[in-house]
Design a protein. Structure first.
Length: 223
């Protein structure tokens, strides 16, 4: 156990219990303590009104709050970088003939937290079949026609806690899917059309953190 856990479990008569009481009197909740860096204990003296000296135990404690190093969970970030094998692409010649396009609608990628961890609400088997179709069709275009992400925790509808902190997993899965599509159709134009579910992310920022909308990486205005 950590010292913070020891303080939480300490009984009042113990030395640790005295420190726990000190924190409580100071209005500090142990739930907010990330780590205890240093604890000092010493004895001091004082004289009462009659001039009699009394010994008193003194304590000092240096704490670091849980939020000092950021949130406990990862903030929403871009998906993982996927390195594809080097391949020389070819330029398609326009012949006036019909070309092939593969349309992938309503993937609704998303997750919830089950007893064994994250479980997909989308169909991974269907995605595997779709990738095989893309590879076999050799299309000129692959079009994702919207609602490729679900983003339930960013929507306006009430959801259960099982959907909390699942946005990053969705972004990561779709980043990998984009790489899988590029590998299956190296010469195709891949078009991603945003649906109302994708719009949940910027709308959430507008509704809850408007000042953060449109922030870009430093020195990369086109990002």
């Amino acid at each position: 156990m950590s010292l913070a856990d020891d303080l939480s479990a300490a009984s009042a008569p113990s030395k640790l219990g005295a420190l726990a009481d000190l924190l409580e009197r100071s209005g500090i909740s142990m739930e907010d303590v990330g780590r205890v860096e240093r604890v000092n204990a010493w004895q001091g003296f004082y004289k009462d009104d009659d001039g009699e000296a009394h010994k008193v135990d003194m304590h000092g404690i240096s704490l670091v709050p849980k939020w000092a190093d950021g949130p406990e969970w990862p903030v929403v970030d871009r998906g993982p970088a996927v390195k594809l094998p080097a391949r020389k692409t070819t330029t398609r010649q326009t012949t006036g003939e019909w070309q092939t396009a593969v349309v992938l609608p309503d993937i609704q990628a998303g997750y919830f937290r089950g007893p064994d961890g994250l479980e997909p609400t989308h169909d991974e088997v269907a995605l595997a079949v779709a990738l095989r179709i893309v590879k076999a069709a050799k299309p000129a275009q692959v079009v994702l026609v919207g609602d490729n992400a679900d983003f339930p925790e960013l929507g306006r509808y009430r959801v259960s806690p099982a959907f909390a902190q699942t946005t990053q997993a969705t972004i990561d899965r779709l980043a990998v899917l984009c790489a899988e599509l590029r590998q299956a159709a190296p010469d195709a134009d891949i078009v991603w059309l945003a649906g109302n579910h994708e719009e949940r992310l910027p709308n959430y920022i507008l509704d809850n953190a408007r000042a953060a909308f449109g922030l870009r990486q430093g020195n990369t205005p086109e990002s």
